[in-house]
Every structure is written in structure tokens, then in C-alpha cells.
Design a protein around this ligand. Structure first.
Ligand code: NDP
Length: 446
């Protein structure tokens, strides 16, 4: 099995029905042709054949009792994809769309993202088709305890260190950690995204969003530009979207949208600190819908069932979910003058959309580079836990900024080296891949 297209055929055949996984692998393989040509030893060591196969997949039943006393059953997963450069690391997602193929896509992406961070972390991802929406705190707690009752035997601070993702925030991490501690009888840094007062890192909640904005600043700087005065659209209204909006505002940009799965709010005056505080209370405390924003701010508009991509902007920050920008959306963004897209979400742009952005010379920061700030600060949380210390807010933020600059520079330089200047997709994929591939060769056929 030698060429990249043969490997892709193998992936499709071996993983039927897992369209997101196929999409994620294809995007990486499409970038690797040049490397494989120039460095034939990767083929001699069957690196592609090995890197597309998870080292381990764990699937389990998660029974829990709802508030009416009825037993519910969900499915739990952990995909431990690659540990060549460190313990498996990646979030847990609780969402009704979760199935094995979705988590394989996310875990596969995580391998290269984690490699780019400059820290020692392998790639993993997990979660459940459990939907926290509409559940009471006690139901969420009972679910998390049952989920961890199986997961705990597979993870550990030097084995696999999960974090949050869609549907898994501070509340869920707390319940998961509590049950891990109880079962293992150990207080260790086995999860990241913990609360500040029991082992969490400052800036971890902010890290993914801040990082995506730092990455955008770096891309703009290559053209002598900045976020100052730019009109920005942001999708989603969860963790990543909130802190993306906050950092854009800090850096002088104007955020004009947020969204959830019901629709988009468009605030042409801009979402400033006070309005964002309202959104944070709405989403994180009351767990309500984003449409309430327009009840409080009637000059804003609610676009029912719509995504933000028809709103004219110069910079777009997709921060909700995968495949949320179609080729047509991308064309609309470009036609309206969009000059930058920085992906806070994982794989939010469909392949056609990426093509449109690259052909239109849009500065396009792919998720595995642009949103790597979250896992990078998770890595910093692990480092602080291991030393029983905690760094200040300023120190962690500065380290995050430095890491995002390194990721940007590494992706930019690699793209240039391989003859594709300005193509951060190719740059990030190749830079992330080579470090892992070299480690796999060093470690033999394991
Ligand atoms: P949250 O659960 O905090 O928020 C998710 C947001 O996206 C919500 O507004 C949600 O709306 C919306 N959303 C989720 N699924 C869909 C869908 N199928 N269609 C439309 N809207 C949807 O998650 P995060 O902010 O943590 O994650 C957002 C994205 O960022 C994901 O792609 C995640 O993988 C990625 N990411 C997250 C990191 C992190 O540190 N948290 C790190 C790197 C990437 P609703 O409430 O209606 O569901």
C-alpha cells in the first residue's frame, strides 16, 4: 500500500459510514503527498497505514437513573488514537450527534493539533450521545458518575488525560473528576479544565477562543494588518465563541453575531463587554437560548434557523460545530468582503468552503492550528499539576500567546518550504504530521 489515494480507499473501506472521519483523513492526506515524495522513509515504515488506525477504541454502556426514577442508557466512547509523542489528550463531547465516526475524526485531528502545540501530548477524544440540554444538575451528575465508572480504568495522568468539549464544561468536569478521585483514590491531574480552586489553570476557559484570535492577529500581521476596527462574525455561543468574542473586543474589533442551534443574533452595534456578560449569564448559568438576547437588546435581530455567514464582515470566527460553513456560505463571505477566517471549532468549513477561501486569497486558519490554544493550556494545566504550582493569569496568557505565535510561524514556514506560501492547511498538516511520524519511526512497530 503505497500512495495516498490507496490509503484513502482503505480508510473508506475499513470505516464504513464514518463520513466525518473520512473527511478529516482526506484533508490531511491531501496535504501529505509532497512530504511522502520527498521523504520516502515514511512509506518504508508504513507510517500512513499506521497513523490512520486508532491505537485503541473503548466503547461502553452508560446506564443512569433520571429524576423520575427511570433507567436511561447512553453509549460512551474513548478513542485513544496516537501516543507517539505523549499521553493521549483530547476532550469529551456530550451531544446527541456523537457516534464513533465523529469521535474518530476529532481524535485524528487532535494528533496533529497536539503535535503543533510544541508540548508532549498524543491524540485522543471521547464522549457520549447523552444530551445535557434540558437535564437537571442531578441528572447530569448521575450521568457523569456512571460514565466515569467505566472510563476511569482506561485513563490516568500519564496515560490519557481528557478535557471538555461541546456539552462538557466546568460543571461536567467537576462531576467527572469527583467520581475519578473516588474510584482511584488519587487526586491527580487526570482531567483538564478543572476549576481554579482545585487544580485548574487560569486562562484555560478562555484559551481556545483567545488562541483563535491570537492566531488571526498573526495571520493579519503577515499583511501589515490587525483586528483594530474590523467587523467580525462569530458563530456559536458556548465556551469558544464567548472568549473569541471577548478577545476580539479587547483587540479593537467589533463582534456583530453569535448563534446557537436555533439561530443567529445580529447586533450591528457590536457585542461589547456588558452585552457579552449578559450572554455568559444566559448561556453558562441559565442555560437558555441565544434568541433571548434580542428581548434584552431590541435593536438586534434574531435570524431564526440561520448561521451568521450572510452578515457582511471582514473576519469570520466559526466557533460552533463541524461543517457549519458550506461552499456557498464561503462564497457569500468572500463576496461580502471577508478577508480572514480563523476556525475556533473543529472542521467547521466543508471541503468546498476551504477551496473557496484558498482560491480567494482569504487568510484561512484551519482549526487544528487556530484552535490549538485550548489543548495547549490544558498541557500547561498538566505541567502545573505535576509540579503542584499555579501560574498567574498573565503568565499563562503570555505562554498561550507565545505558543500561538509558534504554531502560526511553524505552519507558515512549512507551507513556504513545501512551495505553498500562505496555505496554512498544508503547513499545519505537514508540520503536525512530521513530528509524530518521526517519533513513530523512532519507537518501532508498536
Ligand atoms: P459548547 O458546548 O460550549 O458550545 C457549543 C456551541 O455551538 C453552542 O452555542 C451550541 O449551540 C453550538 N452547537 C453545537 N452543536 C451544534 C450543531 N450541531 N449545530 C449548530 N450549533 C451547534 O462547546 P465549545 O464552545 O467548547 O466548542 C465549540 C467548538 O469548538 C466545537 O467544534 C469544539 O470541538 C471546538 N473546540 C473546543 C475546544 C474547547 O476548549 N472547548 C478546544 C478546541 C476546539 P446549542 O447550545 O444550541 O447546542
Amino acid at each position: 500500500m503505497s500512495c495516498v489515494s490507496d490509503i484513502m480507499d482503505l480508510v473508506v473501506k475499513r470505516n464504513p459510514g464514518e463520513s466525518e472521519f473520512h473527511q478529516a483523513v482526506k484533508e490531511v492526506l491531501d496535504s501529505l503527498g509532497l512530504v511522502i515524495e520527498q521523504r520516502p522513509h515514511y512509506q518504508e515504515h508504513q507510517i500512513l497505514e499506521r497513523i490512520i488506525e486508532p491505537e485503541r477504541v473503548i466503547m461502553f454502556r452508560v446506564p443512569w437513573v433520571d429524576d423520575r426514577g427511570k433507567i436511561q442508557v447512553n453509549r460512551g466512547f474513548r478513542v485513544e488514537f496516537n501516543s507517539a509523542i505523549g499521553p493521549y489528550k483530547g476532550g469529551l463531547r456530550f451531544h446527541p450527534t456523537v457516534y464513533l465516526g465523529l469521535l474518530k475524526f476529532l481524535a485524528f485531528e487532535q494528533i496533529f493539533k497536539n503535535s503543533l502545540t510544541t508540548l508532549s501530548m498524543g491524540g485522543g477524544k471521547g464522549g457520549s450521545d447523552f444530551d445535557p440540554k434540558g437535564k437537571s444538575d442531578n441528572e447530569v451528575m448521575r450521568f457523569c458518575q456512571s460514565f466515569m465508572t467505566e472510563l476511569f480504568r482506561h485513563i490516568g495522568p500519564a496515560t490519557d488525560v481528557p478535557a471538555g468539549d461541546v456539552g462538557v464544561g466546568g460543571r461536567e468536569i467537576g462531576y467527572l473528576f469527583g467520581q475519578y478521585k473516588r474510584l482511584s483514590n488519587e487526586f491527580t491531574g487526570v482531567l483538564t479544565g478543572k476549576a481554579r480552586h482545585w487544580g485548574g489553570s487560569l486562562i484555560r476557559p478562555e484559551a481556545t477562543g483567545y488562541g483563535a484570535v491570537y492566531f488571526a492577529q498573526e495571520m493579519l500581521a503577515t499583511r501589515g494588518d490587525s483586528l483594530e476596527g474590523k467587523v467580525c462574525t462569530v458563530s456559536g455561543s458556548g465556551n469558544v465563541a464567548q472568549y473569541t468574542a471577548e478577545k476580539i473586543h479587547h483587540l479593537g474589533g467589533k463582534v456583530v453575531s453569535l448563534s446557537d442551534s436555533n439561530g443567529t443574533i445580529h447586533d450591528p452595534d457590536g457585542i461589547d463587554e456588558e452585552r457579552l456578560a449578559f450572554v455568559m449569564e444566559l448561556k453558562n448559568i441559565r442555560r437558555a437560548r441565544i434568541r433571548e438576547y434580542v428581548e434584552r437588546h431590541p435593536h438586534a435581530e434574531f435570524l431564526e434557523g440561520k448561521r451568521p455567514w450572510s452578515i457582511p464582515c471582514q473576519c469570520a470566527f466559526p466557533s460552533a460545530t463541524e461543517n457549519e460553513i458550506s461552499g456557498r456560505d464561503a462564497q457569500t463571505l468572500v463576496d461580502n468582503g471577508c478577508l480572514l477566517v480563523s476556525e475556533g471549532a473543529n472542521m467547521p468549513s466543508q471541503p468546498d468552503a476551504i477551496r473557496v477561501f484558498l482560491e480567494s486569497d482569504v487568510l484561512f486558519g484551519p482549526g487544528k492550528a487556530a484552535n490549538a490554544g485550548g489543548v495547549a493550556v490544558s498541557g500547561l494545566e498538566m505541567a502545573q499539576n505535576a509540579q503542584f504550582i499555579s501560574w498567574t493569569r498573565e503568565e499563562v496568557d503570555q505562554r498561550l500567546l507565545t505558543i500561538m505565535r509558534q504554531i502560526h510561524e511553524n505552519s507558515r514556514r512549512t507551507a513556504e518550504e513545501y512551495g505553498c506560501p500562505g496555505n496554512y492547511v498544508i503547513g499545519a498538516n505537514i508540520a503536525g504530521f512530521t513530528k509524530v511520524a518521526d517519533a513513530m519511526i523512532d519507537q518501532g512497530a508498536v
